[in-house]
Design a protein around this ligand. Structure first.
Ligand SMILES: Cc1cc2nc3c(=O)[nH]c(=O)nc-3n(C[C@H](O)[C@H](O)[C@H](O)COP(=O)(O)OP(=O)(O)OC[C@H]3O[C@@H](n4cnc5c(N)ncnc54)[C@H](O)[C@@H]3O)c2cc1C
Length: 222
């Protein structure tokens, strides 16, 4: 999988801080914010839950080579926009399948055999005149595609809290961590405590991980 940041609101930290500043000023002409001012006001509004100011900041990503297993989870996040490669219009090829890294060589071999058989059947169906949109019914969920995603910073913080957690499925987690790495490089103040819920507060799970300190450290230094 490859995650790229293709577009974002210029000066994201400043934009959100400026929006917050407007809320507390009667004269917009006198609004001035230096780096320290941006940090102070953003930390205050994020802590207080005044998160609507983060909706003025948008990020657009291109995610390539992600499985349908993972995109199905991704598109459950409703406060976002998506454009996904269509398998009604594009032909599926053998190299389009995602194979989980954490499984044994024997399990990988069996999976590949199954993917090969499904592609063989898919091609046979196409040869019989079946449309791509119908032939794809025989294809496993491991099939990969490309997707463009736009989320605002408020939704991203929520998305990261759920999908960067070790309880999330490995592929969506990998995707979320790459997205966080990219957003953090452009908006270090908004995303300074971003990551699973345990990074900015307490873990909501019944049985928290044993290594919360290491997890916090990892995300703080991302
Ligand atoms: C570890 C994990 C396991 C999961 N397992 C399953 C599963 O087994 N089955 C399954 O179906 N799903 C599962 N999900 C998906 C999960 O239920 C959510 O659909 C998904 O995480 C999207 O999150 P969301 O609804 O909070 O947020 P988004 O859709 O990203 O929305 C953001 C926030 O906006 C608000 N919001 C959005 N829409 C509405 C609305 N209609 N009404 C009120 N408030 C709204 C909510 O506050 C919401 O948190 C799982 C998710 C995770 C992280």
């Amino acid at each position: 999988m490859k995650v790229s940041l293709i577009e974002y609101t210029p000066n994201p930290d400043y934009t959100a801080a400026f929006a917050a500043r407007v809320c507390y000023s009667s004269n917009t002409e006198k609004l001035k914010l230096d780096n320290e001012g941006v940090k102070n006001i953003l930390r205050r509004v994020i802590k207080s839950g005044h998160h609507s100011v983060l909706e003025h900041v948008n990020f657009t990503f291109l995610i390539e080579g992600i499985s349908r297993v993972a995109t199905h989870q991704l598109v459950r996040h409703r406060i976002a926009s998506y454009s996904q490669q269509s398998h009604r219009y594009t032909k599926i090829k053998m190299e389009s399948f995602v194979i989980p890294k954490g499984i044994s060589e024997e399990a990988k071999r069996l999976m590949k055999k199954h993917f090969n058989a499904s592609i063989e059947l898919y091609n046979k169906l196409l040869d019989l005149g079946v449309k791509k949109e119908d032939a794809r019914f025989v294809i496993p969920q491991a099939v990969s595609s490309n997707i463009v995603v736009t989320m605002n910073a408020r939704e991203l913080l929520h998305f990261f809290s759920l999908r960067c957690c070790v309880r999330a499925q490995w592929e969506i987690r990998h995707c979320a961590i790459e997205m966080l790495r990219l957003t953090k490089s452009k908006a270090p103040v908004i995303f300074e405590n971003a990551g699973p819920s345990c990074v900015g507060g307490r873990c909501p799970e019944e049985n928290p991980c044993d290594n919360i300190r290491e997890i916090r450290e990892y995300f703080k230094n991302l």
